[in-house]
Structures are given as structure tokens and as C-alpha cells.
Design a protein around this ligand. Sequence first.
Ligand code: ADP
Ligand code: ADP
Length: 225
Amino acid sequence: EPALILEGIEKSYNHGKPNEINVLRGASARIERGEIVGLIAPSGAGKSTLLQIAGLLDTADAGQVEIGGRLVTGASDRARTAARRGQVGFVYQFHHLLPEFSAVENIVLPQLAHGVSSAEAEARALDLLGRVGMEARAAHRPGELSGGEQQRVAFCRSLANSPTLMLADEPTGNLDPTTSDTVFDVLMELVRSTGLSALIATHNHELARRMDRVLKLEEGVLIPA
Ligand code: ADP
Ligand code: ADP
């Protein structure tokens, strides 16, 4: 079954008020396993809202979300949390790494929270860091790493619990163009080598072309770009 199905997703803010805004108006998409899909949207179009709903962090007003063949729309907060765990990995524009922990610890901690043994968690963390060329930086804290290096660690952390789907919101958006280019390649290679499916939002049309296909969020619906 597909990694992600969004069917007729609707979302408004400020219901019934003069400033009501209909952000999503029936957005639908289907991401197959192993597919990397780009998401292009002008600022304010609802890209973050869509990713939050797709990743079960927020609920839609209408429509359905299916992750890995599991229908999760309308489920309780608890059921959504359960469905999200180990299924979805998030990457944001800013790394949100814990500053007082090393790179490897930042990737170990989410695994410990899932009941993985520390030996196993550390082995996985080091393997992931190796895939993004960061093995030698494993003991460094985020503050000792460059912006691009911090994002590489954040990519690894998002995969700590072996999700099937990565949702990324401008994953290289805070990096200078040259670093962004390199780090984006690292992300693509990481996603491809792990066989993950991904929905990656970017403003950068050049980067979007490196994905399998691109969707555009326009007037609340998703259309092929
Ligand atoms: P994007 O990520 O494409 O910039 P967002 O999904 O963040 O867009 O926001 C889409 C629109 O919805 C924007 O106009 C934003 O101001 C509005 N919006 C987002 N979140 C809320 C909220 N919690 N309450 C009210 N309006 C919101
Ligand atoms: P870039 O130019 O790629 O953004 P920086 O100038 O921030 O990178 O850092 C260059 C290198 O120095 C990086 O490999 C980074 O890990 C290392 N580095 C930066 N700040 C520190 C620090 N406070 N302690 C140790 N290493 C650091």
C-alpha cells in the first residue's frame, strides 16, 4: 500500500469569524513507498499546515489521512500518537537538536524513549551519522557544529526510530546556497539508501527537480507541478 494518502483534506482557521481563512480546500495526494515527492508553495499557502496534518500532529476539518495503509483520520490524540510513532520522521528548517547533548546522544535519546537498548540505539545512531559523513563528529555538541552539520544530525535524528515516511519543511532553508545544495544531496542519498518515502517542502525549484515528482499547493489544493 502507499506510504501516505491524503484525501480531500480541508482546514480552516478562525471558524465563523470575519478573519476565517480556508487554508486547505480538498488537498489530495498519494505517495508510493520509496517515492520522494517535492512540495512547492508560496509562503502562507498552507505548506506547514499540510505537513502537520500529514504527520498527524494536527487534525483536518474534513478528509482522510492514511499512513502505511492505516487510516488515522478522526482518531483520538492517543491513537494518532500511536500511529505516528515509528512511522513518521520530521525535519524542520531549524534543527531543534538538544544543545547539551552530543550528536550521537541526540539520535540515541528518541530511541531510548521507544524502549530500544542503549547499545542498539548507539549502534544505529553511529550508522546513521556515518551515512551523512558525520561519524567523526559524533561526540560534538550542536554548538560545535556548522549549520550544515547540524542539519545532517537532524536528518539522522528524524530517522532514529526507523520511520517509513519523512516529512521535511524547508530542510535546508536556513543554510547558505552552496551548503544547502550539498546538504540537500546528503538528504536525498540518505532517504534513497534507506528506501524511505518522503514529502519535502522547498521554495527552491532547483532542489525540487532532484525529487521524483513535485506537487504544488495552490488555492488549498495539490496539483502536479
Ligand atoms: P506556509 O507553511 O505555507 O507558509 P502555513 O500552513 O503556516 O503556511 O499557514 C497558512 C495560513 O494559515 C497562513 O495565512 C497563516 O497565517 C494561517 N495560520 C496558520 N496557523 C494558524 C493558526 N494556528 N491560527 C490562525 N491562522 C493560522
Ligand atoms: P561552515 O563554514 O561550514 O558554516 P563553521 O565555520 O561554522 O562551518 O565551522 C567550520 C568547522 O569548524 C565545522 O566543521 C565545525 O564543526 C567546526 N566548529 C565550528 N565551531 C566550533 C566549535 N565551537 N567547536 C568545535 N568545532 C567547531
